[in-house]
Design a protein around this ligand. Structure first.
Ligand code: PLP
Length: 373
């Protein structure tokens, strides 16, 4: 059996008629930039986020950058974020001229909130928590800390569409939430797309203008900006897909529940813990094992694709070789990068496929019984 890491083709085939019609409609009107599909998406995404202001953007990386720029973050400032994420989270801090300050992760693989206080200095302007893999950070504590020190919170929700903590969705806790609709995300376009959500109307307007060369009306540039508008073709795809997001998240949770149940007997395999009082959107199902590379090879030989999120935590990347922080601060992130393995998880996954993944993992550990460290 061949099990892909995710199956975008299967999802497309299920929605093919609707998506093809939506795309040809844009093409036949040549409404490629700022077509009505973009405002339709703005509306439908706002509907699922309790009427928050939505700014559709070109990608999730720009969403982070734009949020920081419009909060006035720049040279001389520090922004606190997690050691373990995709590089967008920290490279955008540097792009503003500010300095990323990394904090180690906790046993849920998200930023360790108990270590944030020590990272705060006079220069700190904001915290960017990442709800990694769909798992919520301890956002209640982070929001309280931010309030105490008068810091902004920008939630990186690129992996946490509709995740929630105490019933409040990711992206609704801080100044804003930034989203990616990269094809493989829980809600994915047919190319790059992103968005920012906020409850602050003035902030939303500023971000929207900044992403459109500093203008809300053509040729009325009240500031300089960048070009980071959401493509109309991408919006057309997202309008079809967004109505399925809730169901897909539930289906991901079904896969996760199966893995959690069926793999619980393997003591050499660390399974993901779900933070209490949260909804986990399971963008990634991350297991940890000392024999990660061997297990990965074995799964690959048996037709099962996996990934590693991520082989190097940011503080250990060459890009941060000159970074000022002591590498010993990131023991958990180091352990994580050396042991993490992401198993196949996607809404269309069948019971047979899940069963097969579990069987092959069990076989790996049965054959290597004396190596189960
Ligand atoms: C995907 C991702 C981003 C960036 O999104 P793009 O749309 O690819 O620019 C940012 N942060 C995290 C945590 C991500 O996973």
């Amino acid at each position: 059996m061949i099990i892909p890491f995710l199956d975008l083709k299967k999802q497309y085939l299920k929605l093919q008629k609707e998506i093809d019609e939506a795309l040809s409609s844009v093409i036949s009107r040549t409404a490629f930039i700022n077509g009505e599909e973009v405002s339709m998406f703005q509306k439908s995404f706002s509907d699922i986020y309790d009427d928050a202001y939505v700014v559709p953007l070109a990608n999730g990386t720009d969403a982070l950058f734009i949020a920081m720029k419009m909060l006035g973050i720049g040279p001389g400032d520090e922004v606190i974020t997690t050691a373990t994420s995709w590089i967008s989270t920290s490279e955008t801090i540097s792009q503003t001229g500010a300095t990323p300050v990394f904090v180690d992760i906790d046993e849920y693989y998200t930023i360790d909130d108990s270590k944030i206080r020590d990272a705060i200095t006079e220069k700190t302007k904001a915290i960017i928590p990442v709800h990694l893999y769909g798992q919520m950070c301890n956002i209640e504590v982070i929001a309280a800390l931010a309030k105490e020190f008068d810091l902004e919170v920008i939630e990186d929700c690129a992996q946490s569409h509709l995740s929630s903590y105490a019933g409040i969705k990711a992206g609704m806790w801080g100044k804003c939430g930034t989203f990616s609709f990269y094809p493989g995300k829980n809600l994915g376009a047919f190319g790059d797309a992103g968005a920012l959500i906020t409850r602050d109307e003035d902030f939303a307007i500023k971000c929207k203008a900044y992403a459109n060369h500093g203008a809300l009306i053509k040729h009325s540039h009240f500031m300089e900006g960048i070009n980071s508008r959401m493509d109309t073709l991408q919006a057309a795809v997202l309008n079809v897909k967004v109505t399925h997001l809730n169901t897909w998240n539930k289906q991901r949770n079904d896969v996760a529940a199966f893995y959690l149940e069926e793999l619980s007997g393997i003591s050499a395999l660390e399974l993901p813990k779900i933070r209490e009082n949260t909804f986990h959107s399971f963008h990634v199902f991350a297991v940890r094992t000392r024999r990660r590379d061997d297990l990965r090879d074995y799964l690959q030989k048996n037709g099962i694709s996996t990934q590693v999120h991520y082989p190097l935590a940011m503080p250990f990347m060459d890009a941060y070789s000159k970074h000022h922080q002591d590498k010993n601060l990131f023991k958990n992130a180091k352990e994580h990068q050396d042991t993490e393995l992401s198993l196949p998880i996607f809404p269309e996954m069948t019971k047979n496929q899940m069963r097969y993944v579990v069987d092959v993992i069990e076989r790996f550990y049965d054959q290597n019984i004396d190596l189960n460290d």
